[in-house]
Design a protein around this ligand. Structure first.
Ligand code: ADP
Length: 664
């Protein structure tokens, strides 16, 4: 028997919740009774389907999403328990309330074990208990639905984050080609005339790469997979690096930029230097970006709080400020205060979202105060991770050279370099970096002394680095005087202002090249390699008709992507490397055994016949001491690297300087 009935208590159904109810009952009197009582329940309107045939009941439970089922125990050949069991077995999510003629503890327990929400005696059907049972059953169903929805949202969000990570990974491959080929073209002297255009492509692809890294960071943060890499590092050199990085950018906008501490600070802290620097760079970069006049002040305060020692950073600017109502929102991804149509500064609105999460990971929290039109102060603290500190005064004036990793410590270059720079810190920095390459360095602090040295026939210089702004005699005057005396030594201008067109003007004066400050060590190294290799080759050629045989380095490159393989091959060849390549593991092993000696084997991770780690294992089985490097679109698991003794990992996109560093 099947019947449908709608029951409402007052006939006012507008603001009532409609409940689809299945009433399983083989007694018509009891059915009518139940309908009456259901009518009495306020706030609900019941759309009742009445069934007593087992097959129809099962069919309906399968086909229709009932909000509730009232299930009589007595059902002819079947029992309510068998209906309940079968329904639960087929995954039915409808809540069940079991009804019986008389109270029975065993039945009650069985019904609850099988998943019934409640068990009621029919004689109590007119009681408050009945109403409560129905309300509870419905509320529990609502909670279950909410939970399911939350789980679905969470799983959707995880899927989205995975998608983003995958997308970032995929985008690195074409970016490798763009950055790599531009690197290559930029290093060609014959293309000097189109260097400004190439530099634009280069800087834009770097910008895209930075954006991708941000997106990847964000998705790692969302998935809780971003891990910190903590170690002890000295605070003063760390901050002096930032001072060097931003001092000139601020100066260019006419802004004052200072980093100070108002308490002694630990000499060393234990934190993730890269991530902390990422946060500081983002905030200081924003401060400079959104400030037209005045100052940017970074202030550090060290404090010991409840057995924890914390370092407080405050970055204050006198810029445009942020409206109060938007202060909270700026930490949301892609949030920007300025209207996208009116804003002039680039940026994707990801920096602060990432920074806030990083600071949380570093054991601190973030705060921002701002007054529109007057400026903003970003404050955050981090756990210093050290218990017994050696407190010192912050000193950003120490020899700058100590702060920079010398790019290369191999004595790979030869030649005499003259450095002309009036600022002692920068002179020292340049001297350190350049001497580490093997070149001999002479340095002077003004243009007059430089010109005297250059005019002296007893002296020979292969390359000169000449600052533009110096007391007594500036760099422009020196180069003009030198060229008029037929001095042909390559001269590189050092300038803080890389304005459009200034490079051409300087070249017209007689400079061979222009390097901007802050000095990009990578660029400096390229410049040295370019000029000094040429100098030593020239000397070698003059000294001997017989070229000295030097052993060329041999590299085996295992990469299945054709474009990536060709590009890497070209980049390596441009570094004077003899390159052998393979597309899969099998081929690589054949080449490896044929050629015998390789200085380095570079392995991609995703290969058609296995992973780069399989290839690494096979090569180590042949030669346990073989140097291996992995190139990958995402960071490989450290355990596998350690297990196979792989010390070098290059993250795609791989650039010429990355390869140069690896080879050295
Ligand atoms: P973006 O890449 O757009 O700068 P951020 O997440 O770093 O992204 O910053 C989000 C937004 O917060 C910025 O677009 C800007 O509107 C605002 N903002 C951040 N720092 C400052 C500041 N120092 N002064 C004024 N506005 C700021």
């Amino acid at each position: 028997m099947a019947a449908l009935a709608a029951c409402t208590s007052q006939g006012h159904i507008m603001d009532k919740r409609l409940i689809n109810l299945l009433l399983v009952e083989d007694d018509e009197d009891d059915y009518i009774l139940a309908l009456d009582y259901l009518q009495e329940i306020p706030d609900f309107e019941f759309n009742v389907k009445w069934l007593s045939d087992y097959d129809l009941i099962m069919q309906s439970l399968q086909d229709e999403p009932f909000d509730l089922c009232l299930l009589d125990y007595q059902l002819g050949a079947h029992t309510g328990l068998s209906v309940l069991e079968a329904a639960k077995n087929m995954g039915c999510a409808t809540p069940f309330i079991m009804l019986t003629g008389q109270s029975d503890g065993v039945l009650d327990a069985q019904a609850l074990t099988l998943g019934a929400e409640d068990f009621l005696v029919k004689s109590e059907i007119n009681s408050v208990q009945f109403i409560r049972a129905i309300r509870y059953a419905l509320a529990r169903k609502d909670i279950a639905i909410e939970r399911l929805e939350r789980l679905k949202i969470e799983s959707d969000s995880r899927a989205k984050d995975r998608f983003l990570a995958h997308l970032s990974h995929e985008l690195r491959t074409p970016l490798t080609s763009i950055i790599g080929y531009t690197d290559l073209l930029l290093s060609r002297a014959e293309l000097d005339s189109i260097k400004p255009e190439l530099s634009i492509v280069h800087s834009n692809s770097q910008h895209l790469l930075a954006l991708l890294n941000d997106v990847l960071d964000l998705s790692k943060i969302r998935e809780n997979t971003l891990s910190l890499n903590k170690s002890n590092f000295a605070l003063s050199p760390f901050l002096a690096d930032l001072q060097n990085l931003f001092g000139i950018a601020a100066q260019k906008k006419g802004l004052l930029f200072t980093i100070e501490a108002d308490t002694p600070v630990p000499e060393f802290i234990c934190s993730d230097a890269t991530r902390l620097k990422q946060v500081l760079i983002n905030i200081i970069y924003n401060a400079i970006k959104f400030t037209q006049s005045g100052e940017i002040r970074v202030l550090l305060t060290f404090e010991q709080k409840h057995n924890q020692s914390v370092l407080n950073f405050s970055i204050r600017d006198t810029g445009i400020g942020i409206p109060q109502e938007k202060l909270k929102r700026i930490f949301n991804p892609f949030e920007q205060v300025q209207d996208t149509t009116t804003r002039t500064e680039e940026g994707a609105g990801l920096g602060l979202a990432i920074s806030a999460s990083l600071i949380k990971l570093l054991g601190g929290n973030f705060q921002v105060d701002s007054v529109l039109g007057q400026g903003s102060t970003f404050t955050f603290l981090i756990d210093t991770g050290v218990s017994s500190e050696n407190l010192v005064n912050l000193n950003l004036q120490q020899p700058v050279a100590l702060q920079h990793k010398a790019l290369t410590t191999n004595d790979t270059l030869q030649g005499n370099v003259l450095i002309v720079e009036d600022v002692s810190n920068i002179r020292l920095l340049l001297t350190n970096i350049i001497s580490a390459t093997g070149a001999k360095v002479t340095s002077v602090d003004n243009g007059q002394k430089a010109l005297t040295l250059l005019s002296d026939e007893q002296q020979h210089f292969d390359l000169v680095f000449l600052d533009l702004h110096m007391p007594i005699m500036g760099g422009r005057e020196v180069v003009v005087a030198a060229r008029s005396q037929q001095i042909t030594t390559p001269i590189v201008a050092l300038t803080a202002a890389a304005l459009k067109g200034s490079e051409e003007t300087l070249q017209a004066l007689g400079f061979d090249q222009v390097l901007t400050k802050p000095i990009d060590t990578q660029q400096l190294h390229e410049c040295l390699t370019h000029h000094l290799s040429a100098a030593s080759n020239e000397r070698d050629a003059l000294e001997s008709e017989q070229p000295i045989a030097t052993q060329t380095k041999k590299v085996l490159l295992l990469e299945d992507d054709k474009d990536a393989r060709e590009l890497m091959g070209l980049l390596l060849k441009s570094l004077g490397i003899e390159v052998f390549s393979a597309q899969n593991i099998q081929e690589s092993l054949r080449v490896y055994q044929q050629e015998q000696r390789f200085d380095l084997v570079i392995l991609d991770l995703n290969l058609p016949d296995g992973s780069g780690f399989d290839a690494a294992q096979a090569i180590k089985n042949i030669n346990a001491t073989q140097q291996l490097a992995i190139i990958s679109g995402s960071e490989p698991e450290p355990e596998s690297l350690v297990a196979l003794g792989i010390n070098h990992v290059l993250l795609k996109p791989v650039s010429l300087p990355d390869l140069q560093k690896l080879i050295e």
